[in-house]
Design a protein around this ligand. Sequence first.
Ligand code: NAI
Ligand code: MG
Length: 504
Amino acid sequence: MAGIASVPAGSLGLSTHMKLPNGIEYDQPLGLFINNEFVPGKEGKAFEVHSPSTGDLVTLVHEGTEVDVDIAVDAASRAFDDGPWSRLAPAERGVLLNKLADLFERDLSILSSIEALDNGKAIQLARGDIAGCIGCIRYYAGWADKIHGKVVDTGSETFTYTKQEPIGVCGQIIPWNFPLLMFAWKIGPALSCGNTVVMKTAEQTPLGALYVCKLIKEAGFPPGVLNVVSGFGRIAGDALSRHMKVKKIAFTGSTLVGRTIMKNAAESNLKKVTLELGGKSPNIVFDDVDIDRAVEWINFGIYYNGGEVCSAGSRVYVQESIYDKVIAAFKKRANQNVVGDPFDENTFQGAQVSKVQYERILNYIDIGKKEGATVEAGGERHGEKGYFIKPTILGNVTEKMRVMQEEIFGPVCTIAKFKDIDDVVAKGNGTNYGLAAAIHTKNLNTAIEVSNRLKAGTVWVNCYNSFHSALPFGGYGESGIGRELGKEALRNYTQVKTVNINLA
Ligand code: NAI
Ligand code: MG
């Protein structure tokens, strides 16, 4: 990634004392976390961590490369095959996960502050992320001793049963938009099922996961169960997805890289693959709604987390008879969002994660204008420094425009009219993605018919971006393979063994 430089680690230590703008002080680990120890990378490299809200350098962290991935995978492999983890009763894994959740609760203000610093997201949203982590880890703590197979009656001459066994070393590659929440969504089911993990965090946001590694150790997880390698996708991520001892790879990020991961898995050991990729989700408003309530959800659907959300409601469709009223109310609402300093308690929308992402978003606004879209709100940077973009609405759009087909991943949505159910279902399903969709209506029949016809992994009705640990999340089409969260995610992290005993 062009924006982040790899530099010699030199005399970089394994920890640094941090003082955050909101007064929080803590010790930030900087090493890779392997076998429950923080260590420097073997090649002596490090990379820069910037604050997206100021553009300033925060610290360096040690960089992991192929050789470190190898060491981490070996540690995870040993922990899986013959460490204390492999002998732990399932309920004990649940106890450890619950302890980890307790530690997230204890350190909630530190963890949410790290997210605000590292990702640039508003502190009020960062607290929500950490609450989501706690909910997810507790949810999977509860599953640990409830994962079991069946006895199958195949006749009197055999005794047959199935077992749900863990897969082994799981490689997990996560993005920067929800650094800790994605970490929790990944480790929760993996550890609950008895696997071990090598995690590669996103190079834009390595800090939170390293802090959590301290908590992993404090909670009492045995060495090697969870390893974290900070590093670049094309180096550490590539090595992980090609590794012969990694039996499963889970990835969240761009569709482009998702394809590479799948190819790497195919070319190496056919490791199992789950992918949670991009989206271009329709947010549909029928003419029977309470306009103010619907506009609240449209606003939240696109501007939550600065639009850096895979499920963002980035294509707004409004039934033609109320279009003028909705766009007027939405423009007003978009302009009221408080954009700025992530550490200000009133901020709703913080900075975009990086200079690269910020420029990508502004470039899309430009592309939209050149394609003939009108800027109904925003359309430009916010403030003097840092990577802030005003909440943006693009009108006068048509289905084939790039801004209607491609994921922008920022605070930019399009708004267009539709006639009736058939029209909006065709438009809603008119991209290669299929992650999420939403319908706003008071009519139950409309809600159910349109939900049935939309090709999306999640359909929200009269709400948006409403997640729950118990509810599966993932994509149709090019939005991904497999589901995270819920009981569904346990399938990603177990394999079935059939035992067939001849009694004759
Ligand atoms: P990305 O897909 O490159 O990054 C996500 C993760 O994949 C990071 O940890 C990265 O280091 C890793 N990665 C990158 N190349 C890799 C490779 N060859 N092998 C293994 N791992 C690799 O996403 P990027 O470039 O940061 O953002 C580009 C676009 O991707 C965004 O504008 C957005 O559209 C989409 N995206 C979607 C996300 C989602 O939640 N579904 C999250 C982040 C980005
Ligand atoms: Mg990339």
